[in-house]
Design a protein around this ligand. Structure first.
Ligand code: HQG
Length: 180
């Protein structure tokens, strides 16, 4: 499978496992898991037929490890990034002193005013390294990297979670904890 196909399959999985399972009549449980056989059947029924080895390859080679199989290999879910309501079950964790958020220049004034909002996702997404934040920001336009005073936020009672694929998640970053 070439890189283009990998990306195409990954985008489709992101769509149905994070945002619109109903597009193919897929059922997710309350923690966001889909039965693998059911997923493959629903994909096939909607002109997106792939076999199990291909699905495994898409999961294993995904650049951000966006998806994970359950220990028994029978279920699959997205590690983060959902807009539909799911309970990922991550435990609150003490974050590093500083985390990074990549955004676009045109959002900065509003962020300075309101802080970082999760908008359509479940959480605000933060990274442990600046390089990742630059890439995330580039998706939206001219990138700007903001430094989040995560340690101070945590000390003030804000909860943080770490996804399976190492994305830090929190509900809202008030402007006073941002270095812009
Ligand atoms: C911005 C991708 C104006 C925020 C990435 C961002 C990440 C505000 C955009 C993950 C704002 C939301 C998440 C405010 C926040 N005023 N704009 N007050 N507060 N924003 O895509 O963080 O490839 O929902 O800065 O790599 O960019 O999908 O969030 O620019 O890990 O796996 O509103 O999604 O991962 O955009 O990206 P998004 P994000 P995947």
């Amino acid at each position: 499978m070439n890189r283009r196909d990998l990306i195409r399959h990954s985008k489709f999985l992101s769509l149905v496992l994070r945002h619109r399972p109903q597009k193919i009549g897929l059922e997710l449980d309350s923690q966001g898991w889909a039965d693998v056989d059911h997923l493959l059947a629903r994909m096939a029924a909607h002109g997106r037929k792939i076999d199990l080895p291909t699905l495994k390859k898409v999961v294993a080679e995904n650049d951000k490890q966006r998806f994970i199989f359950s220990a028994d290999g029978r279920r699959i879910r997205a590690n983060q990034g959902h807009s539909i309501k799911v309970d990922l079950g991550y435990d609150p964790l003490k974050p590093p002193e500083f985390l990074f958020h990549g955004t676009a220049e045109r959002f900065v004034d509003s962020i300075r005013d309101k802080g970082l909002l999760k908008r359509r996702r479940h959480h605000v997404h933060l990274s442990q390294d600046r390089e990742t934040a630059v890439k995330v920001g580039q998706r939206h336009g001219r990138p700007v990297v903001l430094i989040v005073q995560a340690g101070a936020m945590h000390a003030a009672g804000h909860q943080f979670f770490l996804s399976e694929n190492h994305v830090w998640l929190t509900d809202h970053v008030p402007p006073e904890f941002l270095e812009i």
